[in-house]
Design a protein around this ligand. Sequence first.
Ligand SMILES: [Zn+2]
Length: 423
Amino acid sequence: MNASAFLFAVVFAVALAATVAIRLWLARRQIRYVLAHRNAVPTEFAERVDLASHQKAADYTIARTRLGMLETLVDTAVLIALTFGGGLAWLVHATGAIDAGVLWQDLALIVAIALVTGIIGLPFAYYHTFVLEARFGFNRTTLKLWLTDLVKGIVIGAVLGLPLAAVALTLMRIAGPYWWLWVWAVWVGFQFLILALYPTVIAPLFNKFSPLPEGPARERVEALLARCGFKSRGLFVMDGSKRSSHGNAFFTGFGRAKRIVFFDTLLQRLAPEEVEAVLAHELGHFRLKHVIKRMLWMAALSLALLALLAWLMRSPWFYQGLSVPASLDRPGVALVLFFMVLPVFTFLLAPLSALYSRKHEFEADAFAAQQASASSLVHALVKLYQDNASTLTPDPVHSTFYDSHPPAAIRIARLQSLAAEHS
Ligand SMILES: [Zn+2]
């Protein structure tokens, strides 16, 4: 191993150790904080949340955090086994023996890595649904449905992912030094394809969508849409209850093909004016261009990452530092290695992304307070916190680091002051 390869190996090892240490430290903080606040409902929620549901939320949060800690440890062991342990070197060698050209060798390598990580993740996914979610009364899926979903997911991943990988790998080999611009264009186009296919082709493979029935909820929602000048291709109810009792509302599609989808679980639990307030919040994300801004950020980030990959791919130390033979003629090796080690280096960006997202949540709440009723949104959120057993008392540091939504107490307090302003 030469000096630059050795240096990169050390940098990677240090970054990996730091990432794991920070993850475990944050998880332990979260568990301790939630435990310390388990026996009393925060005063601002005392009227609407009873002690039993508060304690259930605490236990649920702790159980999920513990599972996350175990997953961090297993994922780290797998990453070490694949890199320093020689696992990836072995797979590169084995797929290199396939007598069918570089493209097929690289595709075989990608499939092999997907299989290895998929199989290791499977027990966690099973445990999450059938033990953890079931213990807290959230799971409604059957083993048969779970397995069907799994197979469908694999088929869709293969049908969409393999052609994309084949195009990218070919461009990496033949499109010259600026291949990354071409791959980026293909990637952005692919994202639009998925956005277009998702509501009409992909989502219906997993769920039934029926028109939102006539009634007070629909009337309020239509009045809100007219008030905001928002056009969509229909309001739908999704049978989310067939898998889980967690509720949600969301948009799919883009441009004029946008659809608004409510989980049936959400409609069952919320009063019409609360449904209206939740939708007003979601509309806020659209009107304030949060969705587009996030997509532009993602596009810019992927361009930068592809340029970085183009440089690393030509650097033998990148492979050797991670214990893989330098395979400059097989772009698939660099691609797999890159996506395997990238999260170790981008982990420390998580708080920035979470901060950006929380800023958007506050803005969407303010929009909802203008277009609908802030106090109805408060009522809806409290019900959702309870139904989803979300903790009302997250550790502040853990929350700052990871949470895409503001902590319950802060979010509700802001909404209540907006409600007071508007009344
Ligand atoms: Zn939101």
